[in-house]
Design a protein around this ligand. Structure first.
Ligand code: PLP
Length: 376
């Protein structure tokens, strides 16, 4: 199997699988007062420290959630419920993941003014444009760090610094799902009040995410009940998944640069293969994250090519996994020509991928070009 769909999800690492398995066997509830409970609590707190360390945050700034989607929903609806009583503008971008974009759609229905900053002609979102979209009435700015369809890096840090200077009361949120442990993110430097993270994009388990809440910032609880996660997120914690998340963070924290360099070489090779192959286009920016690349094979429909590749054991994505075959508006926002929009493939790496896998991908793409029916 050649797996090139790491932005959809990653293969859990052995350390993650071991931690989850052990967590299942040691089944205590961290709220129990006896020894089994204490052991589970210690496991949970060790994982919290690992996540915090990987983000350059304090453990008390990390709250476990079920996924990044929950983290972002909690932030956006929570901000609307608090500061949103007085301030009615939310600034975001036109290229956000649905876990942010759809929350904003819902708030628009409730009377919020949603300003979605778009890429300029150079196909980039500019920090100045995000800052300029803010005013005294802005409750929240929610901007992703790495786009999940093209790998484009949004200058969130620069924008947040300018916004906090001009409008210190405006809350800032960053969806760091595709950047965490791939770019060297340090929470205090990023300047976000809130950061959404997901474990399954970093070789951790599915069903577990985290929300960073900067010390001193208030956000109402989204799920109430037994008061777990210091009252912020009730429900018995999934200690096995939390432990798997912690193990994945520990494993990846020490080698961000080495993995980045390896993946950068893969992107370079992919770009060269695209340039050398007639009818194949490389759509991602050179200054983006190398982990996510958008390509297009002109004349072949994405889904048809995806299944053709799958028959040869090569797994890629058509746009993002979340768009499930629906035409992506993000591709158009980034200025990818409409005649290529139906032919886009997302190739997303992890550091285990190899240059030889890209040769195999291109052998298969060339066969597809010769044999598959073209879009009319
Ligand atoms: N944000 C981005 C940028 C993503 O790519 C994804 C998943 O694809 C999510 C959020 C949602 O993450 P989760 O699956 O943990 O809800």
């Amino acid at each position: 199997m050649i797996y090139l769909d790491n932005a959809a999800t990653t293969r859990p690492s052995q350390a993650c699988i071991d931690a989850v398995t052990q967590g299942l066997a040691e089944f205590g509830n961290p709220s129990s007062l006896h020894g089994l409970g204490l052991a589970a609590e210690q496991k949970r707190e060790a994982a919290r420290e690992a996540v915090a360390k990987a983000l350059g945050a304090q453990p008390e700034e990390i709250f476990f959630t079920s996924c990044a989607t929950e983290s972002s929903n909690t932030v956006i609806f929570g901000a609307a419920q608090t500061v949103g009583k007085r301030k009615k503008r939310i600034v975001t971008t036109s290229v956000e993941h649905p876990s942010v974009a759809v929350c904003c759609d819902k708030l628009a229905e409730r009377g919020f003014e949603i300003v979605r900053v778009r890429p300029r002609e150079d196909k980039r979102i500019h920090a100045d444009d995000i800052t300029a979209a803010c005013d005294d009435n802005t409750a929240l700015v929610s901007v992703m760090l790495v786009n999940n369809e093209t790998g484009s890096v949004i200058p969130a840090e620069t924008a947040f610094a300018a916004i906090k200077k001009k409008y210190p009361q405006t809350l800032t949120h960053c969806d760091c799902v595709q950047g965490f442990l791939k770019l060297p993110i340090r929470a205090p430097k990023l300047g976000a009040d809130f950061i959404s993270l997901s474990a399954h994009k970093i070789h951790g388990p599915k069903g577990i995410g985290a929300l960073y809440i900067r010390k001193g910032v208030h956000l109402p609880a989204f799920i109430v009940g037994g008061g777990q996660e210091r009252g912020f997120r009730s429900g018995t914690e999934s200690v096995p998944l939390i432990a798997g998340f912690g193990a994945a963070c520990e494993e990846l924290s020490g080698n961000i640069t080495q993995r980045h360099d390896k993946v950068l070489a893969l992107r370079k090779k992919l770009r060269e293969l695209c340039e050398r192959t007639e009818g194949v286009y490389f759509n991602s920016p050179d200054d983006g994250s190398p982990y996510i690349c958008s390509i297009a094979v002109k004349g072949l429909r994405s889904e048809v090519l995806l299944h053709f590749l799958e028959q040869r054991g090569i797994y890629v994505s058509s746009g993002s996994a979340c768009s499930k075959g629906k035409k992506s508006s993000v591709i158009a926002e980034f200025g990818i020509p409409s005649e290529l929009a139906d032919s886009v493939l997302r190739i997303s790496f992890c550091s285990d991928n190899t240059p030889e896998e890209l040769d195999e991908l291109f052998d298969a793409v060339k066969t597809a070009q010769k044999t598959l029916a073209k879009i009319r």
